[in-house]
Design a protein around this ligand. Structure first.
Ligand SMILES: [Zn+2]
Length: 257
């Protein structure tokens, strides 16, 4: 038996349909904007995730996860609801894992407060009392400039760690320079110049070590083929787990300062 529920607010009409599976609720919203009515269809997965169904001209279904609570499912326009439900059922385990991973990442990123603290090796420092940065009464733009200046003045720590690792592993590096990027943690060129993102100073030290080992190994292989990863494993045996942990810190990479 199907249950249908309507909910009408000033701007929306919500229509809920409970489908044959317990884990999915289907609902459509009709957003009323003056004379224009725009409709959207959503599935609610296990009360955890809202999946917007976008019917379009395509051959296969594709599910794009936006965050721990939202996803978009692109569906060929002639596909039935039954096919969509079966597709989501087949992805259930993967969805559960992905939602849990996303939640973990969101909790990690919300534990960082870049506008009120400065972080070194994953630990928060109070700007005014611990490192004499005048954060009081500064605008966000001024704070961002101070934060960047602070990290650049501490780049020696990162360079020292990189030189130490190079010496220990016997991997060659000529110059080590700081870089600012929202995309990459580091780079290594054929002249053996290594660039390290100063935002690495924010991360736990073992993650910096992994990035340094990774970049140093590009001195041996300028690609990410299996031989490169074998070289990384030799100098950083825990690299697989560290690589995963580093991915959770992509919010630091994307931070705007
Ligand atoms: Zn690489």
């Amino acid at each position: 038996m199907q249950k249908i529920l309507f909910c009408i607010t000033q701007q929306h009409i919500w229509c809920y349909v409970h489908n044959s599976y317990n884990m999915l609720w289907c609902y459509a919203t009709f957003c009323i904007v003056e004379n224009f009515v725009a409709s959207k269809i959503f599935l609610c997965y296990n009360d955890k995730m809202k999946i917007e169904i976008v019917k379009m001209k395509r051959k296969t279904m594709v599910l794009k996860i936006i965050d721990s609570e939202n996803a978009v499912l692109k569906v060929p326009s002639n596909f039935s609801q039954k096919k969509i439900d079966a597709f989501l059922q087949s992805k259930a385990r993967w969805l559960e894992k992905t939602i849990a991973k996303m939640k973990e990442r969101e909790n990690l990123s919300s534990s960082f407060d870049f506008m009120n603290y400065v972080y070194l090796e994953g630990m928060p420092l109070h700007p005014t009392s611990e490192i004499s940065l005048d954060f009081d009464c500064q605008s966000d733009e001024k704070k961002k400039k101070l934060i960047k200046k602070f990290y650049l003045s501490n780049f020696g720590r990162l360079e020292g760690l990189a030189r130490e690792i190079a010496q220990k592993t016997g991997l060659k590096v000529k110059e080590i320079k700081p870089t600012t990027s929202v995309r990459i943690w580091g780079s290594f060129n054929s002249s053996k110049v290594m660039k390290l993102n100063w935002k690495l100073l924010i991360l736990p030290e073992q993650l910096c070590e992994y990035v340094i080992c990774h970049e140093l190994c590009h001195g041996l292989f300028m690609n990410h083929k299996p031989k490169f990863w074998q070289a990384v494993e030799k100098v950083c045996p825990e690299y697989k787990s560290l690589k995963k942990q580093l991915a959770a810190y992509s919010f630091v990479l994307k931070a705007d300062f």
